[in-house]
Design a protein around this ligand. Structure first.
Ligand code: NI
Length: 387
């Protein structure tokens, strides 16, 4: 099955929704207008249930098939934008200066709305489809909030699928891999407290700059000497703040950064080693070192069976040669990971063509990809819920 005729017919209308969303970007959980737009559309399509306020501002629409059956498959899109000043110069560019759909979530939302409309018109499946629109993907953990709000249980979702556009991948192509596809992220802040004093009399001080400098070097050994070299682990110190004067040894220094991993064990190991190194250096220098470690999004882990299924669906839509089934994982984070921890499923990339990269001020979702994305969602739902 190539692109659905109906999906191609709807392309212009879905693109118009996409452009409306693009003009009116909202951030984080404050996607009030976007969620209202989504909910109004789902009601107009005749969804059997439209639930708002899930995970604060998330929306779930339920479409029951015409063939009975009790299973529910979840299809998820994200709705939030980024705090970026747009430079695309497009006629539908952001009207909210400083906010921009620079990750294509406008396209994701519009494509899932298109699929919801098709599925509500045809209902050619057994069981139900839950279309999930989440807030706060860009750092706020909206996916986690929806899961914690009991979404999976409330709608009886047994499997869940996500999709993200990918600049650089040609339009009409899909890319996926089983296992880890995106990284777990963590942020750390390390505060070193020494004893300040005159720079000409260092023997009376505990110099926090010297301690923090040792620390920056020692943290590099987490990856180079504590981690199995075939496992992915990034530890980057990205901030270093200390001191105000030429002749004063300050009282404190602070460093901070990010950790990226593809396995839970590696994430645990990184934190363990960081704390041990800090404790050891504090003892060695007589300083006090506090570690504030915030595990953020977990690894986005694609379940094997659902990944093979999703790739087969993509191949049915696009042709086998257009589907990359074993791409390298990306070290960026993605909060669909929480939904994949709650239910089996898979996250797939959709080609956005030769556009600016994600999170770039010149990025724009490619409307040419719409019919491919809508067809993928429809085919996935109909195949997963075949009678
Ligand atoms: Ni994104």
């Amino acid at each position: 099955m190539p692109i659905l005729n109906r999906a191609a017919e709807m392309q212009e209308e879905v693109a118009a929704w996409r452009r409306h969303l693009h003009s009116n970007p909202e951030l984080n959980f404050d996607v009030v207008e976007t969620a209202a737009f989504v909910a109004d559309k789902l009601k107009a399509f005749g969804c059997d249930e439209v639930a708002t306020g899930i995970g604060r501002t998330g929306v779930v629409g339920v479409i029951r098939g015409s063939k009975g059956g009790g299973k529910t498959v979840g299809l998820r899109a994200d709705m939030d934008a980024l705090p970026i000043v747009e430079v695309t110069g497009k006629p539908y560019a952001s009207q909210n200066t400083g906010k921009m759909h620079a990750c294509g979530h406008d396209g994701h939302t519009a494509m899932l709305l298109g699929a919801a409309r098709y599925l509500a018109e045809t209902r050619n499946f057994a069981g139900s489809v839950a279309v999930i629109f989440q807030p706060a993907e860009e750092g706020g953990g909206g996916g986690n909030e929806m899961v914690k709000d009991g979404m999976m249980e409330r709608f009886g979702i047994s499997r869940v699928f996500g999709m993200h556009n990918m600049p650089g991948l040609p339009v009409g192509q899909f890319a996926i891999r089983p296992g880890p596809i995106m990284a777990a992220t963590a942020e750390f802040t390390i505060s070193v407290k020494g004893r300040g004093g005159h720079a000409a009399m260092p023997h009376g001080t505990i110099d926090p700059i010297v301690v923090a400098s040792q620390l920056v070097g020692a943290l590099q050994t987490i990856t180079s000497r504590s981690a199995d070299p075939v496992e992915a682990l990034v530890v980057s110190v990205t901030k270093f703040h200390a001191g105000d004067a030429y002749n004063v040894i300050p009282e404190t220094a602070e460093i901070a950064g990010t950790v990226r991993t593809l396995k839970k064990e590696m994430a645990r190991k990184a934190e363990e080693r960081m704390r041990a190194i800090c404790a050891g250096l504090a003892a060695a220098f007589g300083a006090t070192i506090d570690v504030h470690y915030d595990a953020n999004y977990p690894v986005t882990f694609n379940h094997a069976e659902e990944t093979a299924f999703a790739a087969d669906v993509a191949a049915a839509v696009a042709g086998d040669a257009q589907v990359h089934r074993a791409i390298q994982p990306l070290m960026g984070g993605e909060d669909f990971s929480y939904m994949l921890e709650a239910r089996p499923g898979a996250f797939i990339f959709l080609g956005n063509g030769d556009t600016a990269g994600l999170h770039h001020p010149a990025y724009d979702f490619n409307d040419e990809a719409i019919a491919h994305g809508v067809s993928y969602w429809v085919k996935l739902a109909e195949t997963a819920l075949a009678a």
